[in-house]
Design a binder for this molecule. Structure first.
Ligand code: FPP
Length: 236
């Protein structure tokens, strides 16, 4: 079955640029181009949710100049892509602590989210100033304001930034690292994981096809046995 929700840890922009003896900025620019292509293609494929790890909570610790370049690229993308997102019926959403973003990208993000809020095609979510542990702690503190006593799994899931979307079926990581890096720790409990050596600036549509093809051969058991899963599938 095709995944409804694909999440991607876009990694390797810096290495891509360095291997070409270019500044890291060059890798981020090429990485933005790939974001455009993959968003378009995911929509064409009928994927319902695409979540991209664009800037982690920990990324604030990078050199000021690199943070500023990434914020500018983000703002540019959010302004320039508005018409295309509208044309392609894409709804933009974000997870993470967006109050930490500088005014420019934060306003651009809010404006693009509100403009696209009624679109019914692909939901594109940018994880921005996002850290999964921080998100979980924020959710618990939010619940504590209104609730006393034991918190259920459902209640916690509903208090997370992702409350409006299903858990990711497939998490892709580029550039060969086998880590989650504080991304969707709760939501990824049963996600399938796909790692490719390809660096994000080289992640083409064909690379997404490979990942989806690999996913289609997996058997998702959610802690059950193979037999149970196939008898459940027969019932449906
Ligand atoms: C990882 O590469 C990538 C990032 C930290 C940022 C991802 C950003 C983009 C793809 C461009 C801007 C995004 C949008 C949404 C317009 P890295 O720098 O960690 O690579 P390295 O591990 O090779 O150093």
């Amino acid at each position: 079955m095709a995944p409804a929700h694909v999440a991607i840890i876009m990694d390797g922009n810096g290495r891509w640029a360095q291997s070409r003896k270019r500044p890291r900025l060059f890798g981020h620019i090429r990485g933005t181009k790939r974001v455009r292509e993959i968003v378009q293609y995911a929509g064409e494929l009928g994927i319902k949710y695409l979540t991209l790890y664009a800037f982690s909570e920990e990324n604030w610790g990078r050199p000021t100049q690199e943070v500023s370049v990434l914020m500018k690229l983000l703002e540019k993308y959010l302004v320039r892509e508005r018409a295309t997102l509208m044309k392609n019926n894409v709804r933009l959403f974000s997870i993470g602590d967006r109050s930490k973003l500088p005014d420019g990208p934060r306003r651009a993000l809010e404006k693009t989210m509100s403009l696209t809020s009624h679109n019914t095609g692909l939901q594109l979510t940018f994880a921005l100033s996002y850290g999964s542990r921080q998100e979980i702690v924020r959710a618990i503190n939010k619940l504590r304001e209104t609730k006393q006593g034991v918190i259920s799994e459902d209640e916690l899931a509903q208090a997370l930034d992702t409350s409006e979307m299903p858990d990711p079926d497939l998490i892709i990581r580029t550039s060969g690292e086998h880590r989650l890096s504080n991304f969707l720790l709760w939501q990824g409990a049963y996600s399938e994981f796909y790692v490719t050596e390809t660096l994000w600036p080289d992640f083409t549509k064909e690379e997404l096809d490979l990942a989806l093809n690999n996913y289609s051969q997996r058997e998702r058991r959610f802690g059950l046995t193979s037999q149970q899963v196939s008898s459940e599938a027969n019932v449906q």
